[in-house]
Design a protein around this ligand. Sequence first.
Ligand SMILES: Cc1cc2nc3c(=O)[nH]c(=O)nc-3n(C[C@H](O)[C@H](O)[C@H](O)COP(=O)(O)OP(=O)(O)OC[C@H]3O[C@@H](n4cnc5c(N)ncnc54)[C@H](O)[C@@H]3O)c2cc1C
Length: 319
Amino acid sequence: MMRSLFITLSRAAWAQRAITRWGFAQKMAARFVAGETTGQAIQSIRTLNAQGIQATLDHLGENTSSLEAAHLAVEEVLEMLAEIDRSGVSANVSIKLSQMGLTIDPQVCRENLRQLLERARSLGNFIRIDMEDTSLTDATLAAYFWARQQGFDNVGVVIQSYLYRSSADVRQILEIQGKVRLCKGAYKEAPQVAYPQKADVDSQYDQLTAQLLAGAVAAGLPRRSSDGRIPPIPALATHDEKRIRAAQAAAQDLKLPKDALEFQMLYGIRRDLQAGLVAAGYPVRVYVPYGTHWYPYFMRRLAERPANVWFIASNFFRK
Ligand SMILES: Cc1cc2nc3c(=O)[nH]c(=O)nc-3n(C[C@H](O)[C@H](O)[C@H](O)COP(=O)(O)OP(=O)(O)OC[C@H]3O[C@@H](n4cnc5c(N)ncnc54)[C@H](O)[C@@H]3O)c2cc1C
């Protein structure tokens, strides 16, 4: 119930106004967000790189309401790609298509995506398209397949294990040897489209992991690029130790080298687990969000963990 409430609040303008002005929330959000500027984010990535961890950089923003705003978001990502190149950090980029105009004009959004992929390709970099709520799943996957048909192979997409449809989507993506970030899913979805029970989401996560590992074998085990920017086919994004152990066991059964897959986690969450995986020889990538539009991202992080919610709620009533 708390999860639902916080996800609903993540879309409420009045809650955004109240919470973003609140100093305690700003401080707590800083745990999950690597600053407001590209420079601060790059600095955080340098720290991660020094620990043997790659990054994927995200300029926070979603559900853009005008094509002008979408254009500005494109400019920001172009600048980010240039800054990654100039600074030499090991990072690729994550974007949300609703930030690039998907809900306003899908055709303009595709042209925006083309511009980003062209620039990324010229700099030897890779763009991951995040997955948003189910009102955008079809349009997001259609844009991904369109980009692949246009000849871009420096693009990957995200699949959510809470959706019933995901196994079929993974099968289709693997047919073109696509790169998939697998996560559980962070939005509030109806039982008509998503498993309501955590046990089912977890179980489908393990099944999809196995599907992705088999897909990687079938594709000849493409590895991560030596600069760490281009990921392998399976990118397993979770902080759930059981899911991680299941993935390691499945990879060992298939006798896969450790760098045939990568684990991904969010900035500021389970740093101990990140370090443990690096020490065990697995590639790890951390999703590094930055910028001023931290509110919906922050609320989804709160929703994921009851302890976060109680911590912030008790402080709200004390303020
Ligand atoms: C790199 C990355 C990219 C992602 N991209 C997307 C995306 O494109 N679309 C999408 O819908 N979702 C995305 N997500 C979010 C994802 O769907 C989950 O909501 C989130 O990862 C929590 O699920 P979990 O797999 O960690 O498992 P859970 O079962 O939720 O958590 C397992 C354990 O992880 C720790 N943990 C998890 N979340 C938190 C938190 N917020 N604060 C503190 N501890 C926590 C706790 O110890 C918890 O017990 C992404 C996640 C990652 C790691």
